[in-house]
Design a protein around this ligand. Structure first.
Ligand SMILES: Nc1ncnc2c1ncn2[C@@H]1O[C@H](COP(=O)(O)OS(=O)(=O)O)[C@@H](OP(=O)(O)O)[C@H]1O
Length: 451
């Protein structure tokens, strides 16, 4: 997959008249941009995107900033991101992509100066329906609603919604919140606030992808980062079964937009700007790249699964535990995939099997695998350090906070003891407290997969 792809892909694209390739004939020689911060927003196809970035990072031997174990697989969301939430074995990073509440200043301290910032948004109607279904057992605003009715919630949202309680960020303007904004900005000057917030987001993020146009967004991303076609391949992750989805009755999408007014403005703005960027690339170029991308995708899927995509399965049906996606509650089915048992035999070697496995590996497991491999690499590069007993989390944090005031990307990995925070811990079931919670590191809400 990774042999000769860049050349043939670039030659094909050259025939398309893609402007960036015409004006930069040396495109194929341009090095890939490898410092990327992807803000993983909620329910926006961000897990599919994260998986693509994890695979890219592994393939190119890059470092991915991952959360300290006390944060789980995300940077202690919904706390605002801070560099002391980054695992020391994952420094200095090239890529960051785990869930966080965005904080530009802290990201600048963490990431190299030439980092390209990317995020993804989704149409508010389908996004809110997904949030409402996924978090119906966690988010109090949703739990209060009789019969779990989305219609009832949207008829009188203020009856059920409490802006300051745990998990309220899933119930209103979730995108704005994830981007670091004020989800409950007062109505009086909300239009001015929205304009300023959109402008600020545009200044920081070089590309805002749109979930409905995922492949088109990937093409823009490919051009932005000078990546290869092979780097953009994916299979969809973290989908609900059709039985877990509710179609929106007429009138609901409009109510959702009013309730999530800041997110709706963000979406409208960046959806328009996505199409401007695609127009600048040229419709013929985009159409051809889409065809090439999808053709390559089919080839990959055939290679991995011996035909089309394997049948989607609910978590309980998936034999390999490493491939079971996290389930938010008994009421929602998140589907995943199983690798055919004969994959090893049909592939030329272990690398291919590994690639197929990673392609469908859910977020929680992949984060754990990556932390383990990066910790190993870290220890190998400092072989003289002797193993130390586990330190209390508070002292680890104070050491890292002490390291604190420097930009982290300019530092060597901090010397000293081995991991105080084991990379092998499993995610905690909802509602249970970790030791870190008791020392005050964790977020206010219960520890679980996506929140
Ligand atoms: N490639 C692509 N294109 C469009 N949509 C996609 C794609 N991949 C995943 N999905 C859909 O994204 C939803 C899951 O989003 P996230 O992975 O961001 O969710 S999470 O917050 O990390 O749990 C989830 O939506 P719902 O099924 O409506 O819940 C997925 O079906």
């Amino acid at each position: 997959l990774h042999h000769g792809g860049h050349f043939s892909w670039t030659m094909e694209a050259l025939h398309l008249g893609c402007p960036s390739l015409r004006t930069h004939p040396s495109f194929s020689l341009k090095p890939k941009h490898t410092n990327v911060a992807f803000l993983k927003t909620h329910k926006t196809a961000s897990t599919t995107m994260q998986n693509l970035l994890f695979r890219f990072a592994e393939h190119h031997n890059l470092t991915v900033a991952l959360p300290v174990q006390a944060c789980g697989h995300q940077f202690c969301y919904p706390r605002t991101f801070s560099t002391h939430l980054v695992h020391p074995h994952t420094l200095p990073p090239n890529v960051v992509t785990s869930h966080m509440r965005f904080n530009h200043a802290e990201m600048q301290r963490l990431m190299p100066n030439d980092t390209i910032y990317v995020t993804i948004l989704r149409e508010p109607g389908s996004m809110f329906e997904s949030l409402f279904s996924y978090y119906n057992q966690y988010c109090q605003s949703f739990k209060r609603v009789p019969n779990g009715s989305l219609e009832a919630f949207l008829d009188e949202p203020w009856r059920y919604y409490r802006p300051d309680e745990n998990d309220s960020m899933y119930a209103r303007n979730t995108l704005t919140f994830d981007l670091g904004g004020d989800k409950d900005h007062p109505e009086a000057d909300v239009a001015a606030y929205a304009r300023a917030f959109v402008a600020k987001t545009e200044r920081v993020f070089s590309l805002v992808m749109i979930a409905e146009y995922f492949d088109e967004s990937l093409i823009l991303l490919r051009h932005l980062l000078s990546w290869d076609l092979e780097d953009m391949l994916y299979v969809k992750l973290n989908m609900r079964t059709s039985g877990s989805k509710h179609s929106l009755s007429p009138g609901l999408p409009a109510k959702i937009r009013v309730w999530n007014n800041l997110d709706a403005r963000l979406y409208d703005h960046f959806n328009t700007s996505l199409w401007h960027q695609l127009a600048a690339l040229g419709p013929a170029c985009v159409a051809r790249e889409l065809r090439l991308l999808r053709r390559a995708q089919e080839k990959l899927v055939r290679g991995c699964f011996g035909g089309g995509l394997p049948q989607l399965r609910s978590a309980a049906q998936i034999k390999n535990k490493e491939l079971r996606p996290w389930q938010p509650s008994a009421k929602v089915d998140i589907v995943g995939y199983d690798l055919p048992t004969n994959t090893n035999a049909t592939q030329p070697g272990r690398m291919a099997h590994e690639l197929c496995l990673k392609l469908i590996m859910p977020e929680v497991q992949y984060t754990r695998v990556l932390l383990r491999s990066q910790s190993l690499r870290y220890r190998r590069s400092y072989p003289l350090r002797s193993p130390q007993p586990q330190q209390p989390i508070r002292s680890v944090l104070s050491r890292r906070q002490h390291v604190g005031m420097q930009p982290m990307h300019r530092q060597a990995p901090p010397p000293g003891p081995g991991p105080a925070l084991s990379p092998t811990a499993t995610p905690r079931p909802p509602g249970t407290q970790s030791r870190a919670t008791r020392v005050g590191l964790r977020s206010p809400g219960p520890q679980r997969k996506t929140p």
